[in-house]
Design a protein around this ligand. Structure first.
Ligand code: DQA
Length: 148
């Protein structure tokens, strides 16, 4: 069965709904999780939803995912622009990975315009708001189906 996925959220995304609403909207992470679980279940996927502000915890989660999960959706948040460790962990995963950003990082400050993971992931979604999570789930399900 190719149907177990994880959605990984990096630092400060626990404050979704409170931080910079003009960039990230008003939905909370808890509500977003509910939407993601609903969509995943509709598509027959089992989903884990994870958030951490700690780089090493994200690296550990990616490492642990490699043996029992089939795909990753990751919004690495600020670590996107800084973390070689998260990039290396994702490279070890060897299964479909979708990079996701709520905002359009290429329209923002220069330091956000560089992603350290874009060139090693399967594909990416950015600038479409939190709907990007739903689109990423749909895309990942298709990628996993095509592998069967
Ligand atoms: C983000 C963009 C990052 O630059 C920022 O640090 C975030 C969120 C996004 O979803 O648009 O925390 O990944």
């Amino acid at each position: 069965m190719n149907n177990k996925i994880i959605i990984i959220n990096g630092p400060n995304l626990n404050l979704l709904g409170e931080r910079e609403q003009s960039q990230y909207g008003s939905i909370t992470l808890e509500k977003l999780k509910e939407k993601c679980v609903k969509k995943s279940e509709e598509l027959g996927l089992k989903v884990e939803f994870f958030q951490s502000n700690i780089e090493g915890e994200i690296v550990n989660t990616i490492q642990e995912s490699r043996n029992n999960l089939d795909g990753i959706i990751i919004n690495a948040a600020a670590f996107t622009h800084t973390s070689v460790a998260i990039r290396d962990a994702l490279e070890i995963f060897k299964k479909p990975i979708i990079e996701l950003h709520i905002s359009n990082i290429y329209k923002r400050e220069e330091f956000r315009q560089k992603s350290l993971i874009s060139d090693i992931v399967t594909g990416g979604i950015f600038g479409l708001g939190v709907d990007g999570y739903i689109l990423a789930i749909i895309s990942l399900e298709k990628l996993l189906q095509n592998e069967n």
